[in-house]
Design a protein around this ligand. Structure first.
Ligand code: AMP
Ligand code: GLY
Length: 426
């Protein structure tokens, strides 16, 4: 069958590779894709936009569409496809609000008893300030924009005056536009973050199912030792050594199961992937957020461990057989550091030639997942801040890390830099 994948980041390169691995799949069209998907076996990039996408799916006889990023989900692409009788993986627009609106998401969590940080939502700036007056001065707080803000909507305030400044920026100055019309003031949770990606099959009239994947960790901070500004992710590992079976059980009971119950009760049409962003504190999991999609760069670390056919998994999510699907995982570990352009997440250069020592790279147990990299002729050039991920497999975490860093030595571009400690710090 022919498959269409929407997106153009490292996550989509990983999904495209995994889809192409399936014997069911004859071709993967990636919209728009990147320099890596352009080179991947069975894959072909298509620069389509808006209505062109659905028209292409219909004329080309695409049997399955998979959506990578959140924006098209929040805009209702799934509803549009289903209305036209086309098979698509993702939540509908209503269910995608679990990511697109933090207020909706928090209300959902509290309605169904999903364990999370205490939080209050405000759509009036003055009321938010009055609420802050009632809190202790030295309290650490988290200020969040309600809407989608491409990773810029969360600020950790060390003091009440920082919290006030953040609220003013969001609600008065509208630095994030309408995303900050409503803001949340949330209790700060300490601990270690874990990302659990999962496949969901829930729709009215059927019993819902959520099948979690091996846990992953995203290294969000720019510099070694988890220092510096937040980024879109400087690397990922899977599995997560400190996500013990006991913590996992706690997650299932206090987060996954109530989420599924909520989806059933609300009558969600959610046949897609979900991302649980967890904070683990004293062996207890708290849900920081849902994303209505797979994570980036977690997907680049998790999919190489999946010992199952990804295209068949998608079909099982659609046809109601997800509970019986043989979802298995390889033993061992993946370490996936991201090569970025120096300056990222601030200003950086683009258009640099990426040299690859193919022989050296082939000697490692790593694959390349391109992100901000474009193909010119037969060569890759940088076209973004996060340029590519090398995703290395090893029979244990130590070997995976060694393989990943050896693999990175096969690559170079002028402003290339990366974190040296992915997988060696928690
Ligand atoms: P979110 O978009 O809600 O996941 O927030 C982005 C990041 O902000 C998370 O990955 C955490 O690092 C941090 N964060 C969010 N909420 C909290 C919280 N309640 N306590 C501590 N850190 C948080
Ligand atoms: N890695 C975090 C995200 O995909 O949102």
């Amino acid at each position: 069958m022919k498959v269409l994948l929407i997106g153009g980041g490292g996550r989509e390169h990983a999904i495209a590779w995994k889809l192409a691995e399936s014997e069911l799949v004859e071709k993967v069209f990636v919209v728009p894709g990147n320099g890596g998907t352009a080179l991947e076996a069975k894959c072909e990039n298509r620069p389509l936009a808006g209505e062109e996408v659905i028209a292409f799916v219909q004329t080309e006889g695409i049997a399955l569409t998979v959506v990578g990023p959140e924006a098209p989900l929040a805009a209702g692409i799934v509803d549009q496809f289903r209305k036209s009788g086309l098979a698509i993986i993702g939540p509908d627009k209503n269910a995608a609000r679990l990511e697109a609106s933090k207020v909706f998401s928090k209300d959902f969590m509290s309605r169904y008893g999903v364990r999370t940080a205490k939080s209050r939502a405000f759509s009036e700036y003055r009321e938010a300030l009055l609420y802050l007056e009632t809190l202790a001065l030295e309290q650490k707080l988290v200020i969040k924009a309600d809407g989608l803000a491409a990773g810029k909507g969360v600020l950790i305030a060390e003091t009440i005056s920082e919290a006030k400044a953040a609220l003013r920026a969001l609600m008065q100055e509208r630095t994030l536009g309408d995303a900050g019309k409503t803001a949340l003031i949330e209790e700060f949770l300490d601990g270690r973050e874990v990302s659990v990606l999962a496949a969901v099959s829930a729709h009215p009239g059927a019993r819902g199912v959520i099948r979690p994947f091996v846990a992953a960790r995203d290294y969000k901070r720019r510099f070694d030792g988890n220092a510096g500004p937040n980024t879109g992710g400087m690397g990922a590992i899977a599995p997560v050594p400190d996500f013990s079976p006991a913590v996992q059980e706690d997650f299932i009971r206090h987060i996954l199961e109530p989420t599924l119950q909520g989806m059933e009760t609300e009558g969600f049409d959610y046949r897609g992937f979900i991302f649980f962003g967890l904070m683990i504190n004293r062996e207890k999991s708290y849900l920081l957020e849902y994303n209505a999609r797979l994570g980036d760069p977690e997907t680049q670390a998790v999919l190489p461990l999946m010992d199952a056919d990804f295209a068949r998994l998608c079909l099982a999510m659609l046809d109601g057989s997800l509970a019986e699907f043989p979802l298995a995982w390889k033993s061992g570990a993946v370490c996936a550091p991201v090569a970025v352009a120096d300056g990222y997440p601030g200003a950086y250069h683009q258009g640099e030639f990426i040299s690859i020592d193919h022989a050296r790279f082939a000697h490692t147990n790593a694959r390349l997942f391109a992100a901000g990299a474009e193909l010119r002729g037969t060569e890759l050039y940088t076209a973004g801040g996060r340029v590519f991920t090398v995703s290395a497999y090893g029979q244990d975490a130590f070997t995976a890390r060694e393989q990943a860093y050896t693999a990175l030595e096969a690559f170079n571009f002028d402003s290339m830099t990366f974190r040296k400690d992915i997988g060696s710090v928690l």
